[in-house]
Design a protein around this ligand. Structure first.
Ligand code: GTP
Ligand code: GTP
Length: 467
């Protein structure tokens, strides 16, 4: 499972800024729960050699009476869930009594703590550090989250503290050739019911009480000659009650399951409206490059009008994942499951499809010929070669000039072109542009068609050898 690093500190010390640097996200993943005063952010950090989940806890005030009790409890749960705590303080404010109170609390957890002294830009670093020496901590690092300074050092300090990678189920699953499937969705969407159905036995306990499935459970499944490893997760709780604390908890589990899977089955209760959380989860799965199938569950209880309304609403809100197959199922009665698993297999096949350089380049040429990117200062960006950059998700590396100026709309056009050509259903596609790394770079000479062809072949051989 992805290890978890929690950012904790007073409000306004720069946790969100640091979070954005670590996750490189423009739009942080916000788990918005009704009745929760402060949102928490979750995101994956892929900067080091090992990815981890970052949780921006939203802040402890250190003064119990003045703060929302619920918020404090959620921060504590994040602390419980994390393997490493990054304690963020503000060098400009100096050391405040609240900082001491928060640190005392972090220490009670017994987890490794790194103190990040933020906003040291424009300050004398040594003087800033000296003040916080009173913490008596081994790992105290000056950073400037806003300027991205010191964050590499922070990563270097965090990585050795992460638990060893023990995603055994994941490895075994890869070895035995099974498809790792995460079944995610809000509480009561029917995740456990679906798994029980697929397995044909009451292996998991299903209950009407939201929140019966606490931990990710992995189960092997063989069906129609295909092998799967199913990952069931706790749903994201919505009840504004005592269990709310557990709600936040499970966001982490859900994200860990998505990270461990190859295909995500997003379960949506067709009797309920699509919630922002559903979209948030889909967005996270796409960001992580996971293949995706959308299962509209509880289709059994709907009349024709309700079905139509449901589909219309989905069409409107899920345009950004129009490549993901939607399957209507009834986990309870077992209908639609064959189609669901077929969609999973197809999505997995697309996500892991091997694409050939020569063919990719030909497709790129076709795409470029039929529609060219708009001119930049009177020059058209040139796209010359394409080669595969990896699978799950399929990644296509395109070499050319002025690629920095290619608009997102054109990138989407290319994505769609490649998607159609290779029939990539159910998986996101990544396109990466590279400047000046092609064999023509620096050459003035205009090559003939035949020379171009030769050079392209040489390039693809080179790529094959270096991969
Ligand atoms: N000078 C300077 N300002 C910073 C730095 N990091 C963050 N800030 C500023 O500090 C303010 C608070 O930053 P946030 O990232 O929102 O702080 P936070 O801890 O997430 O705050 P809460 O969301 O209230 O808990 C913003 O105005 C940031 O621009 C830094 O490295 N240097
Ligand atoms: N009518 C109908 N009810 C269903 C269907 N699938 C599940 N349910 C019911 O929905 C309720 C919740 O199902 P669960 O499988 O426990 O849902 P879950 O997503 O695992 O829920 P959590 O454990 O809270 O995360 C149960 O009462 C199920 O019987 C379905 O296809 N049709």
């Amino acid at each position: 499972m992805l290890p978890v690093v929690a950012l904790v500190g007073r409000p306004n010390v720069g946790k969100s800024t640091l979070f954005n640097v670590l996750t490189r996200s423009r739009d942080a993943l916000v788990a918005d729960m009704p009745g929760v005063t402060r949102d928490r952010h979750y995101g994956a950090c892929h900067l080091g050699e090992r990815p981890f989940l970052v949780v921006d806890t939203g802040g402890l005030s250190g003064v119990e009476e003045t703060m929302d009790v619920l918020t404090a409890r959620q921060v504590r749960l994040a602390i419980d869930e994390a393997q490493v705590l990054v304690f963020v303080v503000d060098a400009r404010d100096g050391l405040l009594p609240q900082d001491h109170a928060i640190l005392a609390e972090l220490r009670r957890s017994g987890k490794p703590i790194i103190a990040a002294i933020n906003k040291t830009d424009g300050l004398d670093e040594q003087a800033a550090l000296a003040e916080f020496a009173a913490f008596g901590m081994a790992s105290t690092l000056p950073i400037s989250a806003a300027h991205g300074r010191g964050t590499d050092e922070l990563l270097r300090a965090v990585l050795p503290l992460l638990p060893p990678d023990e995603d055994v189920a994941g490895e075994v699953a890869t070895e035995d050739g099974s498809i790792r499937v995460a079944i995610v969705g809000r509480p009561n969407a029917g995740k456990s019911t679906l798994i029980n159905r697929l397995l044909g036995e009451e292996r998991l306990i299903v209950s009407d009480v939201a929140g019966t499935t606490r931990d990710p459970i992995r189960v092997a499944l063989e069906r129609d000659g295909k092998r799967y490893t199913l990952i069931d997760t706790a749903g994201i709780r919505r009840k504004a009650r005592v269990e709310e604390a557990v709600e936040k908890f499970s966001v982490i589990k859900t994200l860990q399951s998505i990270a461990a899977a190859q295909v995500v089955v997003m379960m949506i209760d067709a009797r309920e409206n699509l919630a922002d959380q559903d979209l948030t989860l889909i967005g996270y799965a796409i960001d992580e490059g996971r293949a995706l199938v959308i299962a509209l569950n509880k289709w059994d209880g709907l009349d024709a009008y309700q079905r139509e309304e449901c589909l219309r609403a989905l069409d409107r809100r899920l345009v950004f994942v129009d490549w993901a197959r939607r399957v209507h199922i009834s986990a309870l009665h077992g209908s639609g499951l064959r189609e669901l698993m077929r969609a999973v297999v197809r999505a997995h096949a697309s996500a892991t499809k091997e694409l050939a350089s020569s063919d990719l380049t030909r497709t790129l040429e076709k795409a470029y010929e039929s529609y060219q990117p708009p001119l930049v200062n009177g020059h058209a960006p040139k796209l010359r070669f394409a080669h595969p950059g990896g699978t799950n998700p399929p990644t296509i590396v395109i070499h050319g000039t002025r690629t920095k100026h290619i608009a997102p709309a054109y990138q989407r056009y290319l994505e769609n072109f490649f998607r159609k050509r290779y029939k990539l259903e159910g998986t996101p596609i990544r396109i990466a542009f590279r400047e000046g790394e092609n064999p023509y770079a620096g050459r003035k000479k205009v090559l003939t068609k035949e020379q171009q062809h030769k050079a392209r072949r040489r390039l693809s051989e080179l790529i094959k050898r270096t991969r």
